[in-house]
Design a protein around this ligand. Structure first.
Ligand code: ADP
Length: 300
């Protein structure tokens, strides 16, 4: 009999994480299960920070971005001694199953817990889309945030006939950059360190000469320095370039309808799986459907 479920959010926060928590909470209420939030991801597991989630915890906050139970990157959780401490806390608190919302790294953490006999379900909460699902929770909102921000930048830049170099999140995964590029109608992209500068300059000149669209170069984070690239392009193309680092603007703000519905229904399905003892799975969207996959099939 399932009496207590715990939930945590880990890694980079993603809009829609709160909707997922709400989905899990709703199903728990329906099945008379107590739901506990682990405050601050895997760090909270190690430090025994469990708090009961009630209607008051969620009231007025389910449609906001970020995570109401806080997230963390936990270097301690990479060490066996701390994983053991986390497992002891899960057992001492008599938690029957754990829901982990996060990205690639968080799923690897969940695999450690599963291997130690903990019942775990994961939901893919990351703007990076770096998992083997067609979408992750937060990816749609982040794409829209980027498109809106770059559109705003372009209003000014095109009035002055400047170009811009915009740094896009995603770590080594270019999905967010590519989906934003499609919506912004730009093919001026830098997704690897060994990109071809000459061909980029050629493309920029051709685009700029036609003057159809603003000159927007999207650069994947950690690949090249945006300011340096803007300076080089300015010199080679003979018009002004401005670097823009959008930062947390990309992953903040209220989630789109898509991410809210996705998070909520994935949360409901997580509890269904726990009740039918189908744990050890990641639940996420493949095309139009929610599916469950073994953890190892979801990490890239
Ligand atoms: P994301 O889940 O968004 O990919 P990270 O890669 O930062 O974010 O991972 C979040 C946390 O997951 C890490 O801080 C760490 O605590 C845990 N984690 C990552 N990789 C592993 C691993 N191989 N084993 C155990 N825990 C891991």
């Amino acid at each position: 009999m399932i009496k207590k479920i715990a939930i945590l959010t880990s890694g980079g926060d993603a809009p829609g994480m709160n909707s997922a928590i709400f989905g899990v909470y709703t199903a728990c209420v329906q099945h008379k299960i107590k739901l506990y939030g682990v405050i601050g991801g895997y760090d909270g597991l190690i430090d025994n920070k469990f708090t009961e989630i009630t209607f008051d915890t969620l009231n007025g906050r389910i449609n906001s971005g970020g995570s109401i139970i806080k997230s963390s990157r936990s270097p301690r959780f990479l060490k066996d001694t701390y994983i053991k401490k986390a497992i002891k806390n899960i057992k001492d608190n008599k938690i029957d199953a754990l829901v982990v919302i996060g990205g690639d790294g968080s799923i690897r953490g969940a695999m450690e817990l599963r291997d130690a006999g903990i019942s775990v379900i994961t939901l893919p909460g990351t703007i990076d889309n770096d998992l083997h699902f067609s979408h992750t929770i937060g990816y749609d909102t982040a794409t829209n945030n980027i498109v809106k921000a770059v559109d705003n930048i372009c209003d000014s830049l095109s009035s002055f006939d400047y170009g811009c170099v915009v740094k896009i999140m995603g770590r080594s995964c270019p999905d967010l950059l590519l989906s934003s590029a499609q919506a912004l109608h730009t093919d001026l992209l830098v997704t690897s360190k060994d990109f071809d500068l000459n061909s980029l300059v050629k493309k920029i000149k051709a685009t700029h000469d036609k003057n159809h669209l603003p000159t927007v170069v999207l650069v994947l984070e950690d690949v090249v320095d945006c300011t340096e690239l803007a300076n080089i392009l300015q010199e080679k193309c003979k018009f002004q370039f401005r670097p823009h680092i959008l930062g947390y603007i990309q992953r903040g703000g209220s989630p789109t309808a898509f991410d809210r519905k996705y998070g909520y229904s994935a949360g409901i399905m997580a509890v269904d799986c726990i009740l039918t003892k189908e744990t050890g799975f990641a639940i996420g969207m493949q095309g139009e459907c929610l599916v469950k996959k073994p953890f190892a099939e979801t990490v890239k």
